[in-house]
Design a protein around this ligand. Sequence first.
Ligand code: ADP
Length: 512
Amino acid sequence: MADQTRRERVLAFFLLPVIVVAVLVLAGVMFRSSFQLEKLREQSVVEATLLLANEKADRLDKNIIDQDNAVRSTVDVSDRSGFGSRWLETAAIQTPTVRAVLLIDLTAPRHDVVAIASRAPGPENERFRRLCVEFMLGEMKIDVPPYDQLRHLHTTYRGQSYLVSHWQTERHGRRYLTVVWHDVPRIVHDLFSTLYPDSAQSRVNVSDQDGRIVFGKSLARKGPVLGRQFETTLYKWSVNVSMASGEELAQAVQRRRVLEMVLVGLSSLVVIFGLIVIVVAAAQERRLANLKSDFVANVSHELKTPLSLVRMFSELLQSGRVESEEKRRQYLQIIVGESDRLASLIENVLDFAKVERGRQAYHFADGNLGEVVVRAVDVCRVRAEREGTELELDLAPGLPNVRLDERALEIAVINLIDNAMKYAPGRVSVAVVASSGTLEVRVTDRGPGIVPEDRKRIFERFVRGKPSEGKQVRGSGIGLALVKHIAEAHGGKAWVEPAVPKGSVFVLSVTR
Ligand code: ADP
């Protein structure tokens, strides 16, 4: 037992605080790492947005260059009259944003446009031709090698944006410049909307060199924005990607963090609660172990006392030294009485053992509670007379039959009468009354009564009440636990009430 107490002390004063501290440290570490993780996530949001912007810019460049290459593979510089005829056959499908293709002879002093192929012939072409020769050629850096390289010019003329792709070809000692005129409004209208479908959710837009939005909606309300210029084609413009998705992600992260913290808090509480339960269970287990060892001592004592009486009086009778008939009868009565006590005690212990192991099987049949109580009183009467206790019985008339286990109920009632005679000798009244839905056996004594704090406890197994006025009464602490079990098996209850003016009323009820 000392060992057990020491173990409990170690658990309560050392192990418990250590575990609680460990749980708190764990919670702290998890909180910190979730915080750091959030920062990392924020960083990756920026990186992801940047990646998205790059990808979107590259997508446009690739599309325009693919179209340029399609044009390049179909136009024939040596055939001026049929210069763009092959291109025009598939132009609408292969190169949807190309409006016209021009061929300029760079060897000629005035850089004449020697051929022009257009998807939409009209005065616009002539205007573009002039614009190209007079204005754009100067910006095209045509004298910078390598000449045959595909290049782009993104420029503004009279407030209008122009995109041309161009490359040079050497033929028969002359240098030709092929100029591909991309229709910028068409790029904005058709190409951007297919390339950037997420512009509808205000996640992407395109702005010009002055920050004016040329495609999509303002992203201002969507939080921080990352922009990237188109690298090759519309290089004066930028594609902008909002970090709104990043922000949404951050909110989700925050929500997750709160959830994680709640979970960590809850698990810590569960661990601490579990520890408390373990400590309480250990204390209860110890209390039960103590009660059990008391029980063993009490039962052995209870068995020993009547046995020694039986032995002593039998030996006296056997010796033949008891002369008076009166005395002999008295001794025999003691032997019978004590044997009865022994038998009922053993029966109690065996029944209780069955209850403990969940093996107690009740055999219910229609029976009369009044008759059961009469039999129980009869069993106790001999002892009552011997001990000078007045045993009264009062049965309510016309008690109905109920389903009951006669043997079990008889044991329960004997236990109650036995206790009354043990703890409150003098006068014991047994009554059976009918109340709403139940029948009650009431055993009333005029003894010391039960203090209020013990009234529930004494029905627990092995629990014995405080001895009153220092009187030590023998017992094992299982009688009332058995009574309670039997009452509950009959759908009833067992309890104790204070009697007036003094004493106790033990009640056992069964359902009707
Ligand atoms: P036991 O009598 O063997 O101790 P029980 O379970 O029958 O065990 O009773 C439990 C406790 O209830 C007793 O130890 C006693 O303190 C108290 N008790 C039972 N009946 C009475 C009674 N009629 N008057 C006073 N105390 C009682």
